[in-house]
Design a protein around this ligand. Structure first.
Ligand code: NAP
Length: 280
């Protein structure tokens, strides 16, 4: 039996030391979002920033949000002149959401794409010991604010122009138990279901989808991999952890007309982790 058939039968291939991991084979950006206006929340760094950068590369103008003004200003400075605007504020604050959406309309003329990405995970430990006040805050930011963004964009005319869509940020923890971050997973399951339910409500004017990443190398996930990246990556059939750009590429597809008949989907971005029976 050669090594390929061994892999097909479920025995993990041993990577030879001289065998390099494949370079990130992400396609060069096309221009699938030419003329579109997108809002990306939580986009001063990490996944949101990679999504915003990819949407801009593909032709969109973007409004990016986050709590820290300086970090947003720095992110905007890295994007082509005039194509990105920052609005600082807390995602869970309705006034901030209204300001950000109004800014998109005033500066760029409309909202075509909403990427509700901002999310938090400040609580660790078993659910039976969970501080319910802390749980409520996570729910506010991850679930209610995500819906609040959709409501605000809808009120501002999302769906009036063709190709409108929403992308929300779930997680693999929304479909498999993740010891220690159980409540975060519960909120991410709610976010996935929000996408499915909103897709049914808002079609045909607005498509709604969710992304469900496994570990992506950002500040947010550092505690899950720092100092042991190779060990954690061993559970992933693709042999590495995810990068923000992996999520950016998937987001650009789902936000573009290439996904014109894709709605109500929760797309795993997990390097094969769940297929291999892994947990987050
Ligand atoms: N990284 C992963 O492994 C992973 C896996 C699955 C899902 N996700 C999800 O992906 C999303 C982004 O995560 P990430 O890894 O990119 O995190 P990150 O690197 O920590 O970036 C988070 C971004 O959101 C902003 N932010 C945080 N809290 C906010 C709030 N209350 N209001 C507005 N902005 C806020 C942050 O800026 P400020 O701090 O300045 O506000 C930053 O721009 C989250 O929803 C997370 O749950 C991440």
């Amino acid at each position: 039996m050669n090594s390929r058939s061994a892999s097909a039968l479920g025995e993990p291939l041993k990577r030879r030391p001289e065998q390099e991991l494949p370079a990130p084979a992400l396609a060069a950006a096309g221009r699938r979002l030419e003329g579109k206006v997108a809002i990306v929340t939580g986009a001063s760094r990490g996944i949101g920033r990679a999504v915003a950068e990819r949407l801009v590369e593909e032709g969109a103008n973007v409004v990016i949000t986050g709590r820290t003004e300086d970090a947003l200003v720095e992110a905007v400075a890295q994007m082509p002149d005039g194509r990105a605007v920052a609005v600082a504020g807390r995602s869970q604050d309705p006034e901030h959401r209204a300001t950000a959406v109004a800014t998109a309309v005033e500066r760029f003329g409309a909202v075509d794409v909403l990427v509700a990405n901002a999310g938090i995970n400040p609580v660790y430990g078993p659910l039976v010991d969970l501080d319910l006040q802390a749980a409520s805050k996570v729910h506010d930011v991850n679930v209610l604010a995500t819906l609040g963004w959709v409501q605000e964009a809808w009120r501002a005319g999302l769906g009036d122009r063709p190709g409108a869509n929403v992308l929300v940020m779930s997680s693999v923890t929304g479909s498999v138990p993740s010891p220690g971050i159980g409540w975060y997973g519960v909120t991410k399951a709610a976010v996935a279901h929000l996408a499915v339910t909103l897709a049914a409500e808002l079609g045909p004017r607005v498509r709604v989808n969710a992304l469900a990443p496994a570990v992506i190398t950002t500040r947010f996930a550092k505690a899950l991999y720092e100092g042991r990246e190779e060990e954690v990556a061993a559970a992933y059939p693709m042999g590495r952890l995810g990068r923000p750009e992996d999520v950016g590429a998937a987001a650009a597809y789902l936000c573009s007309d290439d996904a014109a008949w894709v709605s109500g989907q929760v797309l795993g971005i997990d390097g094969g982790l769940l297929a291999a029976g892994g947990t987050a």
